[in-house]
Design a protein around this ligand. Structure first.
Ligand SMILES: *[C@@H]1O[C@H](CO)[C@@H](O)[C@H](O)[C@H]1NC(C)=O
Ligand SMILES: *[C@@H]1O[C@H](CO)[C@@H](O)[C@H](O)[C@H]1NC(C)=O
Ligand SMILES: *[C@@H]1O[C@H](CO)[C@@H](O)[C@H](O)[C@H]1NC(C)=O
Ligand SMILES: *[C@@H]1O[C@H](CO)[C@@H](O)[C@H](O)[C@H]1NC(C)=O
Ligand SMILES: *[C@@H]1O[C@H](CO)[C@@H](O)[C@H](O)[C@H]1NC(C)=O
Ligand SMILES: *[C@@H]1O[C@H](CO)[C@@H](O)[C@H](O)[C@H]1NC(C)=O
Ligand SMILES: *[C@@H]1O[C@H](CO)[C@@H](O)[C@H](O)[C@H]1NC(C)=O
Length: 276
């Protein structure tokens, strides 16, 4: 009687163990892998990159990359078994997307987006499946227009002035002039900024003129919106004009999704102690 009970119990334990093993193998397929995205900005009318990386997998055929966008039905892009699978791609992304196929092997799942438009802004998800597991990370994509300013001198009989001109900006930026010699003076009273819409009524040309300039002084024109910041410097000396411009994107920060392994192994361990 006691012997029988014991064998029934051990059968139950063995069955439970077998079930746990099956579940365990099933769940091990959902191990998390680290996927990292980078907040980035797209310049309207140009090509953009939505940056995403993952723990590489040498078995390229097992890698599935899916790009999705919040509020958009279907996919932005899918890459599977070493090539694109665009059967479920949303219309608005047709012919505009590509992954860097030769870079997938090293864990680069970045998406190239052609001819960026204002409406491409939003939350994207980079979803990765490899033989090691699954992972995803979101990416906030901002779109707008930004361009580097050109600095020039407007010669005039009465007085010279400086001109800071950048062809494409959106949303409308702020423009601030500063003087290196006299940093406290408010130059907004001796400058004039205009914004001229382009033919498509989206981006605008920025022109700012600074009057009342002095020789041997460096002036800076700073153009800034929520996406980018550009600075143009100009300095006139007795013999020459020096110019320098640069552009930086604001707020390009990495958003990291840390891996978390599913704790199935301890279940198997505690069961195997019964079995032995
Ligand atoms: C991914 O590959 C593309 C194309 O070579 C490159 O421009 C991009 O910087 C790469 N991204 C990362 C995160 O390495
Ligand atoms: C020269 O100055 C006058 C008066 O300030 C102004 O009307 C004119 O537009 C200026 N010319 C140039 C080329 O900036
Ligand atoms: C400069 O003057 C303008 C108006 O003349 C004002 O709107 C702006 O806030 C001032 N800026 C600073 C830094 O004082
Ligand atoms: C700025 O430009 C506008 C239009 O060209 C003009 O009406 C205004 O008087 C100018 N302001 C200054 C301070 O030059
Ligand atoms: C741009 O705006 C102007 C005035 O609001 C309008 O007449 C013109 O048709 C618009 N152009 C486009 C391409 O939307
Ligand atoms: C232009 O500069 C001179 C000398 O630097 C100053 O006296 C004058 O007030 C300035 N004009 C304006 C409109 O700020
Ligand atoms: C500008 O600087 C040069 C050399 O540093 C000097 O020779 C010249 O006199 C200066 N000009 C003025 C108007 O201050």
């Amino acid at each position: 009687m006691w012997q029988q009970t014991k064998s029934v119990v051990s059968i139950i334990i063995i069955l439970a163990g077998a079930i746990a093993l099956i579940i365990g193998f099933g769940i091990s397929g959902t191990h998390s892998i680290t996927v990292t995205t980078l907040t980035s900005a797209g310049n309207i009318g140009e090509d953009g990159i939505l940056s995403c990386t993952f723990e590489p997998d040498i078995k390229l055929s097992d890698v599935v990359i899916q790009w999705l966008k919040e509020g958009v039905i279907g996919l932005v892009h899918k890459f599977k078994e070493g090539r694109d699978d665009l059967s479920d791609q949303n219309e608005m992304f047709r012919g505009r997307t590509a992954v860097f196929a030769e870079q997938v092997r090293v864990g680069n799942a970045s998406l190239r987006l052609k001819n960026v438009q204002l409406i491409d802004a939003g939350t994207y998800k980079c979803h990765i499946v490899t033989s090691k597991g699954t992972g995803n990370a979101n990416l906030e994509y901002k779109t707008g227009a930004f361009s580097i300013p050109e600095m020039d001198v407007d010669y005039n009989a009465s007085s010279d002035s400086f001109r800071c001109e950048a062809p494409r900006w959106f949303p409308q930026p702020t423009v601030v002039w500063t003087s290196q010699v006299d940093q406290k003076t408010n130059l907004s009273e001796v400058s004039n900024t205009s914004f001229e819409l382009d033919s498509e009524n989206v981006t605008m040309k920025v022109v700012s003129v600074l009057y009342n300039i002095t020789i041997n002084n460096t002036y800076s024109c700073m153009i800034e919106n929520n996406i980018a910041k550009a600075t143009g410097d100009i300095r006139v000396t007795d013999s020459q004009i020096k110019r320098r411009s640069h552009l930086e994107l604001l707020d390009s920060k990495a958003s990291l999704c840390v891996s978390s392994f599913f704790a199935i192994s301890w279940v198997l361990l505690s069961l195997s102690s019964y079995l032995t």
